[in-house]
Design a protein around this ligand. Structure first.
Ligand code: 8YV
Length: 321
C-alpha cells in the first residue's frame, strides 16, 4: 500500500481499523473523537489525499466545493450516504465509497430488538423495575400485541430488509414489502409484494423502515400515511430519522393511533425531538443498529478495502462516485 498517501481519519474508529489504517497510510487521527464543524473538517483536510469519514461528518455541496484540491477520495464508514453530495463529488472528480452488506445482520437484529421491545413494552417494564415500582404480577400488566401471524411490512427489501424478514419469519410473522423493484422469488421467499408504499402501509400491523433517505422520502411517514396503518400498529425505524415526521409520530403515539414505536434513528441526531422523551410507548436507542464489535470492524475494513483499491489503481468494490 502506498504509505505516502495521507489519510484524514475523522472519528475514533475501532482499534483494529485504526491499526490497519495507520499501518498502510500516513494518517491524521482524531484521538479525542471530536465532531468537527464543516469549517474545521475543511481546514483539517488540507494536505490530505483522502478522508475516512462517518455519517456524522456532512459533505453537502458547499463543503465538497471547499475541500482542498488534494482530496481524491472520501470513504464513508456507513452504508447510508445521504450525508455526502455524490453529484458534487463526481463534478470534482472525487471518488466516494460506502460499506454495504457487512452491517445487514447487526441492523436487522436491532430492528427485531426494537420490534419486540416496542410491542412487549420493554422500556416501561425496565423503568418500572429500576424505580422499585413493581407491586407484583397482575394478569393484565404490560400487555402488548404478539408477533405470531401478524403482518410485518418492510419498506425497502435490500440487505437489511431481507435480513429482518428472515428473523421475523422465525417469529411466525407474515412478511409484506415494497421495494423500488420486485425481488426474484428466491429472494422474496414468499413475502407479499405491494406495488406502492401506501398499499404496504394498509396491511402493516408492524411496519419497519429499511430504505435510504432520499430528498423525496423526507417525512415519508407523515400524518397522512400514519392514518393508512392499521389502528394500533407498531412502527420501527433503523434507517434514517428524516423518514419520519416526528410531530406526526408523537401525536399518533399520544393518541394510541400507533400502539408503540421502536426508534434507533432520529432527525437532527443527537438532538432528538424532546416530545419523545415523555412517551412511555416509544423505545429508543442511540443509533446503535450496527454497533457490534464484528460489524464495526467489518465496516472499517470495507472502507479501507475501497481506499486500497483506489490508491492501487483498481476498481472500487463499493463505488458511489
Ligand atoms: C453507522 C449507519 O453507525 O451505516 C450506516 O448508514 O447508519 C450506521 O451503521 C453510522 O452511520 C456510522 O457512520
Amino acid at each position: 500500500m502506498p504509505k505516502d498517501i495521507k489519510l484524514l481519519v475523522t472519528r475514533r474508529y475501532p482499534a483494529d481499523v485504526l491499526a490497519r489504517a495507520g499501518r498502510d497510510y500516513t494518517c491524521t487521527f482524531n484521538d479525542a473523537d471530536e465532531l468537527w464543524s464543516d469549517d474545521e473538517l475543511i481546514r483539517r483536510a488540507q494536505g490530505h489525499d483522502a478522508v475516512l469519514c462517518s455519517s456524522s461528518n456532512k459533505f453537502p455541496s458547499d463543503v465538497v466545493a471547499a475541500l482542498p484540491g488534494s482530496i481524491r477520495m472520501v470513504a464513508t464508514f456507513s452504508v447510508g450516504y445521504e450525508h455526502i453530495d455524490i453529484n458534487a463529488c463526481k463534478a470534482r472528480g472525487i471518488a466516494v465509497s460506502n460499506t454495504p452488506g457487512v452491517l445487514s445482520d447487526a441492523t436487522a437484529d436491532m430492528a427485531m430488538l426494537l420490534l419486540l421491545a416496542a410491542s412487549r413494552r420493554a422500556g416501561e417494564a425496565e423503568r418500572m423495575m429500576r424505580a422499585d415500582a413493581w407491586t407484583g404480577w397482575t394478569p393484565t400488566q404490560l400487555l402488548g400485541p404478539g408477533l405470531q401471524s401478524k403482518r410485518l411490512g418492510v419498506l425497502g427489501m435490500g440487505g437489511i430488509g431481507r435480513a429482518l424478514a428472515a428473523r421475523a419469519r422465525a417469529f411466525g410473522m407474515e412478511i409484506h414489502y415494497h421495494n423500488r423493484s420486485r425481488l426474484a422469488p428466491e429472494l422474496e421467499l414468499g413475502a407479499v409484494y405491494h406495488e406502492s408504499p401506501e398499499a404496504l402501509l394498509s396491511v402493516s400491523d408492524f411496519f419497519s423502515l429499511n430504505c435510504p433517505l432520499s430528498p423525496e422520502m423526507h417525512y415519508f411517514l407523515d400524518a397522512r400515511r400514519i392514518e393508512m396503518l392499521p389502528h394500533g400498529a407498531v412502527v420501527v425505524n433503523t434507517a434514517r430519522g428524516g423518514l419520519v415526521d416526528d410531530a406526526a409520530m408523537i401525536a399518533a403515539l399520544k393518541s394510541g393511533r400507533v400502539f408503540a414505536a421502536g426508534l434507533d434513528v432520529f432527525e437532527g441526531e443527537p438532538n432528538i425531538d424532546p416530545g419523545y422523551r415523555g412517551l412511555d410507548n416509544v423505545f429508543m436507542t442511540p443509533h446503535t443498529g450496527s454497533a457490534t464489535v464484528e460489524t464495526r470492524n467489518a465496516m472499517g475494513f470495507k472502507a479501507l478495502d475501497n481506499l486500497d483499491a483506489f490508491f492501487t489503481g483498481n476498481e472500487l468494490p463499493d463505488r458511489l462516485a
